[in-house]
Ligand binder design. Sequence first.
Ligand code: FES
Ligand code: FES
Length: 178
Amino acid sequence: MGDDINAWNTAAAGMPMSARILDVNVRVNGEDVSAQVEARKTLVDFLREDLALTGTHIGCEHGVCGACTVLLDGAVVRGCLVLAVQCDGATVETIEGVSDSGTIADLQLAFQQRNALQCGYCTPGMLIGARELLARGGVPSRETIREHLSGNYCRCTGYQAIVDAIESVAQARAGAGK
Ligand code: FES
Ligand code: FES
């Protein structure tokens, strides 16, 4: 393994970073994808530019705003902080896949009904973050909802409607589970 890395480093030495092209095999939204990507390409750029999955957005590009939130092997990650080549052999789910699964249909409807989105730029990240919180079960407090989504910025709504929407879904799911 160490020899492989040394050989790769030797081969890559002197090459501009953008010229380092690597193979990546990743399962995205249930489909196997094989591609060659620049070593420095982020996951969010790979999803948007190479796979046309533009539901994942780009904001700050340094892990602060949450616009690029996706699932990597089931864990919530910032797509701007992960390189595409780091996802080799992994499973990625984007808002497109999560939406198609139907598992957040109630959340999406609640966001719509409670005006929890305006421009919608933050919404994919908000939904994936909310999905993670609600998967824990129970009805989280409004403070917990705010804390959980504190890494997802919204420049439009003032957050109140987003918290309302998530709280209402938690209550509905808890009621349905009785
Ligand atoms: Fe990734 Fe802002 S674009 S956190
Ligand atoms: Fe516009 Fe949140 S709805 S950034």
